[in-house]
Design a protein around this ligand. Sequence first.
Ligand code: PLP
Length: 286
Amino acid sequence: MSTVFLNGEFLPGDQAKISVFDRGFLLGDGVYEVIPAYSGALFRLDEHLNRLQSSLNEIKLANPLSNDEWVTMLNRLIAKNYATELSVYLQVTRGIAVRDHAFPTNTAATIFAMANPIKPMDANCYQKGVSAIMVEDNRWARCNIKAISLLPNVLLRQQAVEHGVVEAILHRRGHVTEGAACNIFAVFNDEIVTPPKSSELLPGITRDLILELAQDNGFKSVESEITLEEFKLADEIWLTSSTKEILPVTMLDDVQVGNGQPGKVWSAMNVVYKNYKKQLHSESLK
Ligand SMILES: Cc1ncc(COP(=O)(O)O)c(C=O)c1O
């Protein structure tokens, strides 16, 4: 049984209980983060804590822990659940109160965190690429918040599952936004393109890292809107997230993307990404 953190205590997952009056449970009133930890070292931790702070600011909830307290708690959680590749999930809700939409006063936030081994994706997914479908983005207008209320994303991902594909790629008003649980990139004539940050998409930590690595390693890259028509003609399409890393899409709506194989820009960027991970790992051992 894994050890989880709940409101100041570490305890076995099956003994962690929250109130039925928790606003996270009743109203989906909270935010979360997912942070990978490789060989015990939290990956891009500052970026994740900054995004947590920005989600909390957006929902007007005071951060219940200082950054140092988050780091100490997360490191203890990792030590208690050690695996070479962990996915650390943390969630903050507006706490326990009589059910009412308006914010309660003087209510302590609920803080929960767990760490689970990252289930590696089938190696075939990276060697051959995966399939995706395009679906109208019918989520709310504040997708930049990493909110726990994920019902629209759940329904969109389920559409993908029912089509037998890995992800639903979303579009709004004629341009692509992101995936149900990832960001998207397209490659046109060797240039890497991803939609700019806005309230229509989550500012992915992996997305930002790829743009940074692209700059540092001489790839052409740009943040720009991509219309549906352009997207369908991309040479390459990638899905990115902390746990998927960079996943090539080779079939979109049953039509081959590019030559139907993971592209050469993906292959090059994937090597750069893996090397970056290795470099951080060797630095963390020093
Ligand atoms: C809707 C959505 N967009 C993008 C991402 C990718 O974010 P990150 O790279 O920080 O994992 C996620 C991750 O779960 C997500 O749920």
